[in-house]
Design a protein around this ligand. Structure first.
Ligand code: ADP
Ligand code: MG
Length: 727
């Protein structure tokens, strides 16, 4: 009988690319399925339109009457575009998105049918959501959670469903999702960054955090994927020898995009246009079958929603192209893994990027203020930032030999290092007019021109300044961007709050001038945040040693990394900034740890099953062939057979050795799981990491050796080289 592998190979070789026509300009498609300003103007009354605008800009509440009017307009718009259902669309702590569709369709008392959608349904819903992770927040007697409309992220139509972005909170008000803390963190950074920006321009009234993510992913043929139980159930190849030709020749990076992948991208991009996701860049990545997609940056809340939405869209579109998307951080051993760089900055409502050097010394002092405060925030909270991207799958990047390392550091480049070195020498106390002029002319005034030729980009840095934004590169490709964005915006908000207090104190108590005070505080920050700055090679053993000396944390594993989230310092930070209370923080810690355990538990079970049911029987079958051959030789050549069958005999022995290794290691791994499962969450996670995980390598090693020995025809699993070939 044909094995699934050969059936899948045939399927994949016979694929015809699914052609995608592009008949309309992208600018014409853009935002058509989004209930944005244009759509609102068409269907809402002026009052209703202004109510939504106010809610977006100032967080003003929308009353019931107004909500009914908005809902009516939304329904009209959605029905015209063919929508039949609506859903509150939210991001529970699974990291994915959730939706439960209800039809607009309703029956009247006379038994007629109508399409109905009221304000109450728009504003709030109570999904039967008792099986979403809640980390003990929801006691059973108040098991209800409810979703509430987030007007800052516009509703959109996906397929035939009107999706309304919402937050998801418990009956007692605790956040059960990723969006609620994000909105609180964004509110906090808005407030504190605005206060600081006012030192430089009194007319600033709002500061928005901006996010531009870059999503990396792999594409493989769906039939080949289906032939691999490990890929289907865990998103990565737990077994499989690295292909002889991987990425050594660097021939994939920025190379021409394979036709099937390109057609997938075209369709995806069309859908993105309709949904108002401003995708701009697509290209091949370093590893075979690895690609990247990046939009133009947006306000952070919207950018986070768009990333969640696009991951969902990618799955849907890929299946129409007979492809499977792998978001896992390390789907294949021996070639690069995937990340999701988060480019982050702050923008004022006066149109200024606060992390972009300006054209005057004063604008540059503003730039330096935000720049140095960000570095200081990272320095104070490096372990928390690491925790915000911790997951079982991202440990394969941060904890292993992949870019970037688990040690957080900030790269700023040679020129800005020189600027900070100069600023560090600023006089303590009031500055003389001469010194100020000198600073403005020769240090602060010089930034734009030096940045232009600042081309040395450090690719191994987890947190790098790239000209007009910081790029947080440690974020994993599966991570919901809300997690790192909550942390980054909260720590910078706190830092700016402290900065403002210190500067004001110098102005009030020491009667310093504003810029003298700013120079003085920045000088101290430069000194105290030096240890987080690192310009060299993030992988090097020297850096690991040096980082240890600097007392920077180096948490290679998720259980180690997450611990900081339940420490005193972190809970007082989040409470002070009103982003999360201790109950919400503890819940997230528990959920993240549970998720870590479950991921490894599932992988371990899948690995045990395929090694036991696929690999060992195959090895035995091939060994039997060899034994038959040896017996045949013995029959013909009698005593001389030993010499003639020497190679076969050796192979028979090696196969036995690997079979025995796999068998034994599977039993030990099961024992380790049993030991772990009897423990409480924290210890269980640790035992999964220290005692279960190591068997993955030894089992894989033996199985991959067998893959190289066993006759190709007998091998039941699609080989990695086959998976990584997109015809
Ligand atoms: P690369 O880093 O690949 O050279 P770019 O510098 O053009 O490319 O930008 C990479 C990403 O950074 C893009 O997703 C872009 O939208 C985002 N980006 C650019 N400016 C900002 C900003 N001010 N805030 C947030 N993200 C930004
Ligand atoms: Mg980048």
């Amino acid at each position: 009988m044909e094995t699934l592998r050969f059936f899948a190979l045939k399927e994949s070789l016979n694929r015809k690319p699914v052609t995608i026509l592009e008949t309309q300009k992208r600018s014409e498609l853009f935002g058509k399925h989004v209930f944005g300003k244009d759509a609102m103007r068409q269907v809402l009354s002026q009052d209703a339109f202004e109510a939504v605008e106010d809610a977006i800009n100032t967080g003003a509440k929308i009353d019931r009457v107004m909500a009914d009017s908005i809902a009516a307009g939304m329904k009209q718009w959605a029905l015209e575009l063919g929508a039949t259902h609506y859903t509150h669309w939210f991001q529970p702590l699974t990291g994915a998105t959730a939706e439960k569709h209800d039809a607009f369709f309703e029956q009247t008392s006379e038994g007629r049918a109508i399409e109905k959608f009221e304000g109450a349904k728009l504003v709030q819903q109570e999904p039967d959501a008792s099986s979403f992770p809640h980390g003990g927040i929801r006691n059973t007697f108040e098991a209800r959670g409810y979703t509430a409309w987030d007007p800052t992220s516009p509703a959109f139509i996906l397929d035939t469903t009107l999706c309304i972005p919402t937050v998801f909170v418990s009956y007692t008000g605790e956040a059960l999702d990723n969006k609620t803390p994000l909105l609180r963190a964004l509110n906090s950074i808005d407030h504190h960054a605005t206060e600081v920006a006012k030192y430089f321009n009194k007319s600033v009234t709002k500061v928005t955090a901006t996010l531009g993510w870059e999503q990396e992913y792999f594409l493989i043929d769906s039939a080949l994927a289906a032939s691999r139980p490990d890929i289907m159930q865990t998103g990565r190849a737990l077994l499989g020898h690295a292909p002889a030709k991987g990425q050594q020749l660097d021939d994939h990076y920025f190379g021409s995009i394979p036709v099937r992948a390109l057609n997938f991208m075209k369709e995806l991009e069309q859908q993105c246009m309709l949904l108002g996701i401003p995708v701009k860049t697509r290209h091949n990545e370093v590893a075979p079958n690895q690609f990247e997609l990046a939009p133009i940056f947006e306000e952070a809340n919207l950018a986070v929603d768009h990333n969640s939405l696009i991951m969902d869209l990618m799955d849907r579109v890929a299946s129409r192209h007979n492809l499977k998307v792998l978001f896992h951080e390390k789907p294949f051993a021996g070639i690069n893994g995937s990340g999701k760089h988060n480019n982050w900055s702050l923008a004022t409502d006066t149109g200024v990027n606060l992390l972009s050097p300006g054209t005057t010394p004063m604008k540059n002092l503003q730039f330096l203020t935000f720049f140095i405060n960000t570095i200081k925030a990272v320095q104070e909270n490096e372990a928390l930032l690491r925790a915000s991207v911790a997951s079982a799958s991202n440990d394969h990047r941060l904890g292993a030999n992949e870019a970037p390392p688990a040690i957080m550091s900030v790269f700023i480049g040679k020129q800005l290092t020189a600027v900070l070195d100069e600023l560090e020498k600023v006089t303590d106390g009031k500055l003389s007019p001469q010194e100020k002029t000198d600073l403005k002319l020769n240090v602060v005034g010089k930034i734009p021109e030096i940045l232009l030729d600042n081309t040395d980009r450090n690719r191994t840095s987890p947190f790098a300044f790239t000209g007009n934004k910081f790029e947080f590169r440690a974020v994993g490709s599966t991570t919901n961007c809300a997690r790192p964005m909550v942390v980054l915006n909260t720590i910078v908000a706190k830092q700016l709050k402290d900065f403002k207090a210190e500067v004001d104190k110098l102005i009030d108590k020491e009667s310093m001038k504003k810029d003298d005070a700013i120079f003085n505080v920045l000088r101290e920050y430069i000194k105290s945040s030096k240890k987080i700055r690192f310009e060299g090679d993030g992988y090097s053993a020297e850096w690991e040693k040096e980082a240890k000396k600097r007392k920077l944390s180096n948490n290679r594993t998720t259980p180690e990394a997450l611990k900081v989230q339940i420490g005193k310092q972190v809970s007082s930070l989040f409470e002070e900034m009103e982003v999360m209370n201790t109950v919400e923080l503890k819940a997230r810690y528990d959920i993240e740890l549970e998720e870590y355990i479950k991921r490894i538990q599932i992988e371990s079970r899948v690995l045990g099953a395929i090694a036991g049911n696929h690999i060992i029987p195959t090895a035995i079958r091939y060994q039997n062939l060899l034994i038959k051959n040896v017996n045949g030789l013995k029959n013909i050549y009698e005593a001389d057979y030993q010499e003639l069958a020497q190679e076969q005999l050796e192979l028979i022995q090696k196969i036995s050795k690997y079979i025995s290794t796999i068998n034994k290691e599977i039993s030990f791994m099961i024992e380790a799981r049993k030991e772990a499962n009897a423990l409480d969450t924290k210890e269980r996670a640790e035992v999964y990491q220290t005692k279960v995980l190591p068997f993955f390598d030894s089992i894989r090693y033996a199985s991959d050796k067998l893959e190289l020995m066993v006759e190709d025809k007998l091998w039941p699993l699609a080989k990695n080289r086959e998976l990584l070939n997109l015809n």
